[in-house]
Design a protein around this ligand. Structure first.
Ligand code: PEP
Ligand code: MN
Length: 343
């Protein structure tokens, strides 16, 4: 970190900060300018868990103007230390492979066996690789549908059996991790749980691949730190999912942050999946935003598809009809080709 002293800082102040840094295990490099003195603290503190606290302590000193971190607050997921992309193998499907695109599709929520199978057969026939479907649903209202739980996990497993498609489903609670792992090929952490650090740690102790959605009000750095929570526990099979963030805009449900797709590629080696369904909240916008995401470098897409969106228990407005999903697959093919990938 770099400590920038205020313009009125004295020699005594400089000696004081130097001593404090050395006491905490840093090597100190001082650069005395005409107006300002800059103190570079090199290394890690004797107790690395104190790093953030140390920065705040120094910022509290009256003669310190500002403390600037030099290194990123995440390591395991940092591209600097692992330049090669992480490729996650899910039952033979590679996620993060720079030459392919992974399509995940299915209903928001598992409602009935018929609804799930109809969606699953349709997306499989159109070329999707992985089946999505919620068994445990987060909901803003405590009075709405929260999913069929284990019964839905069983239906997903039956669909996998019939169609040979791996399944992705959300886990919301630390107490359910073991059970969901028995069924799921990929665990989804939803936007509302991105900062549920106990849950992140718990899925980090498994070896089941995890798709970590970005918190709806999380910065890219906070999101990468959430991924670090999982990966630092030992589960390196982590992919990120940009699903739109909250902005002042109300026409769409969220605002798809295309910057985040490119930024994640720059900062991390983890695969990045785009979710245009939740990002837009409108079926009519999903095709265009999907194409944009793919062009920007997304490794895959997750799309909500429902045979009867007008009857969907959740997220009907953003769910594609099976025929719209067929069209989407068709429209994505040339974009994939243009960026050197195949669908
Ligand atoms: C979902 O995938 O259906 C979902 C609830 O997503 P998010 O957590 O992004 O809102
Ligand atoms: Mn949904």
């Amino acid at each position: 970190m770099i400590v920038i002293l205020s313009s009125g800082a004295t020699k005594e102040n400089l000696q004081h900060i130097t001593r404090m840094l050395e006491e905490r295990g840093y090597a100190v490099h001082v650069s005395e300018g005409v107006e300002r003195t800059i103190v570079g603290a090199v290394g890690v503190p004797a107790d690395p868990t104190q790093k953030a606290a140390v920065m705040e302590q120094f910022e509290a000193l009256p003669y310190v103007d500002r403390v600037v971190p030099v290194s990123k607050p995440y390591k395991v997921v940092n591209k600097q230390f692992h330049p090669d992309p992480t490729v996650i193998n899910v039952r033979g499907i590679k996620i993060g492979d720079p030459t392919s695109v992974v399509m995940m599709a299915g209903p928001c929520t598992v409602e009935t066996e018929e609804q799930l199978m109809e969606s699953a057969r349709a997306v499989k026939a159109a070329g999707a690789h992985i089946l999505r479907g919620g068994a445990y649903k987060p909901s803003t209202s405590p009075y709405s549908f929260h999913g069929h739980g284990e019964a839905a996990l069983k239906m997903l497993a039956a669909a996998r059996e019939e169609l040979g498609m791996p399944i992705i489903t959300e886990v919301m609670d630390v107490r359910d991790v073991e059970l969901v792992c028995e069924y799921a090929d990929i665990l989804q952490i939803g936007t509302r749980n991105m900062a549920n650090f106990n849950l992140l740690r718990e899925v980090g102790k498994t070896q089941t691949p995890v798709m970590l959605k970005r918190g709806m009000a999380a910065t890219i750095e906070e999101w990468l730190q959430a991924a670090e929570y999982i990966a630092s526990q030992g589960n390196k099979n982590v992919m990120l999912c940009e699903r739109g963030i909250r902005t002042f805009e109300t026409y769409t449900r969220n605002t798809f942050d295309i910057n985040a797709v490119a930024a994640v590629k720059e900062l991390s080696h983890l695969p990045i999946i785009a979710d245009p369904s939740h990002a837009t909240g409108k079926a009519s916008l999903v095709n265009a935003v999907s194409r944009a995401a793919l062009a920007a470098g997304a490794d895959g897409l997750i799309i909500e598809v429902h045979p009867n969106p007008e009857k969907a228990l959740k997220d009907g407005a953003q769910s594609l009809l099976p025929e719209a999903f067929v069209k989407l697959m068709h429209d994505l093919a040339p974009i994939a080709g243009a960026v050197g990938r195949r669908l």
